[in-house]
Design a protein around this ligand. Structure first.
Ligand SMILES: Cc1cc2nc3c(=O)[nH]c(=O)nc-3n(C[C@H](O)[C@H](O)[C@H](O)COP(=O)(O)OP(=O)(O)OC[C@H]3O[C@@H](n4cnc5c(N)ncnc54)[C@H](O)[C@@H]3O)c2cc1C
Length: 392
């Protein structure tokens, strides 16, 4: 198992369950999804517990790049082409709300120090053709009142220290964070009991109660929520054709002098880089080089992709030609068939809910989507565009 820069420290694990535990709602998965749902349920009067086979944020939530970006997996024009203008805009607005909720409820009201910054993010074009797409996207977005402006090569050299791009777009409302501090903070504010190092190996729905079997204890809950991301199909076969485990790769350099004003995506939102508060530069992506090898649940670094990440570092940043690489890791994302997250309950077991399929953008979406699931559970509301019914 590889270690991310965020998780490279000792952390006190949470309570072991000495005996069997009974709660109203048991959430499986202590990532951004599971902890956010616990936060939204905190005033419901229900008793809430979270179990995880690792510690808090041991999965993708502790292995990502920490971008809190609006929108999702592709340029806005493509999203509009696939989903229609209204839905594309609604989803963009939801991700803006996601960021605002994290900023206001967790960072400001909750006092969680997670290195949150809102200085925008860039999307840089790797070709002239992509630059045209970014220009068309920016025009459409500006018509909808989204704060985006185009930038040229001189701006990129000045603000990001980067070369070899054809221009780009700056999305002014986006942000960034230390994802592990964020998820730990949400977990703490939720007040839920967290049982780490409890791997769930079986769900047993019987009547009004679901028994959840771990190696250390059996949990009994009225409702269970699977927030297990790319590993969901290991626990229930229903997810086998709905959430696909897909690996992402990241490297991080030694600390260098400040050079990047904000995080950047490039090459059609597939590759990305940012500078961390301590000066380290993080580069990720290049899944497109080994798409088949990157399917699966083993979070091991792929040498082919890491060679490409390093070549990208040396090619695009003159000042980093000799920078030492201190961290290399991989993490498992949960991809859905249409790139959008899904929430719902299992057709045969309506007391077993789930949320997942964030397709590499869960920090930018999950807090807001968890509210949708909380409203489904507490008030019987519709999951709207996130309903998993679209796949049935
Ligand atoms: C390399 C990489 C870069 C990324 N960069 C970004 C980014 O910059 N911005 C962004 O928005 N998103 C990014 N993402 C995606 C983001 O990390 C995920 O979408 C998000 O973390 C998903 O959160 P989650 O809580 O649904 O899943 P996870 O964080 O994976 O949590 C699922 C949890 O379930 C637990 N679990 C699974 N099975 C069991 C079981 N049987 N028993 C007990 N526990 C179990 C796991 O241990 C895990 O802790 C990136 C992902 C990767 C891998």
């Amino acid at each position: 198992m590889s270690i991310s820069v965020w998780l490279d420290e000792t952390h006190t694990a949470h309570k072991p369950a000495g005996a069997d535990v009974e709660v109203d709602v048991l959430i499986i998965g202590a990532g951004i999804s599971g902890t956010s749902l616990a936060w939204w349920l905190k005033d419901s009067g229900l008793s809430i517990a979270i179990v995880d086979k690792g510690d808090i944020a041991a999965g993708a939530s502790g292995r990502n790049a920490g971008f809190i970006t609006c929108g999702s997996v592709e340029h806005y024009t493509r999203q509009v082409g696939r989903l229609g203008e209204d839905l594309a805009h609604t989803l963009w607005q939801h991700s803006q709300e996601n960021l605002a909720m994290i900023r206001d409820y967790i960072v400001a009201d909750g006092g969680v120090d997670c290195d949150f910054r809102q200085q925008g993010t860039y999307s840089l074009a790797g070709s002239e053709h992509e630059m045209r797409e970014l220009e068309e996207s920016a025009e459409m977005m500006q018509q909808r009142g989204i704060a985006v402006s185009l930038v040229d090569q001189a701006h990129i050299a000045d603000k990001l220290g980067a070369r070899g791009f054809f221009g780009g777009a700056l999305f002014h409302d986006d942000g960034e964070c230390h994802p592990v501090k964020l998820v730990r903070g949400i977990a703490q504010l939720s007040g839920a009991s967290v049982y780490s190092h409890h791997e769930v190996h079986r769900l047993e729905p019987t009547g009004d109660v679901v028994r959840v079997h771990t190696q250390r204890a059996v949990f009994r809950a009225s409702f269970v929520v699977m927030a297990t991301n790319g590993l969901s199909a290991q626990l229930h076969p229903w997810f086998a054709d709905k959430i696909y485990p897909t690996r992402g790769q990241i490297l991080v350099t030694e600390p260098v002098a400040p050079m990047m004003a904000a995080p950047c995506y490039c090459n059609h939102v597939l590759d990305y880089f940012r500078q961390l508060p301590d000066g380290r530069v993080l580069i990720g992506g290049f899944r497109q080089l080994a798409k088949e090898a990157e399917v699966g649940v083993a979070d091991t670094p792929n040498p082919e992709i890491h060679a490409a990440l390093e070549a990208f570092l040396r090619r695009h940043f003159a000042s980093l030609e000799k920078a030492r690489v201190d961290y290399r890791w991989a993490g498992i994302m949960g991809f859905s068939a249409d790139g959008q997250p899904m929430v719902g309950s299992l057709p045969q077991h309506p007391q077993v809910y789930f949320m997942g399929g964030f397709t590499g953008h869960g920090i930018g979406q999950a807090f807001r989507v968890a509210k949708v699931l909380a409203d489904v559970m507490l008030h019987g509301e519709s999951a709207g565009p996130y309903s998993a019914r679209r796949f049935i």
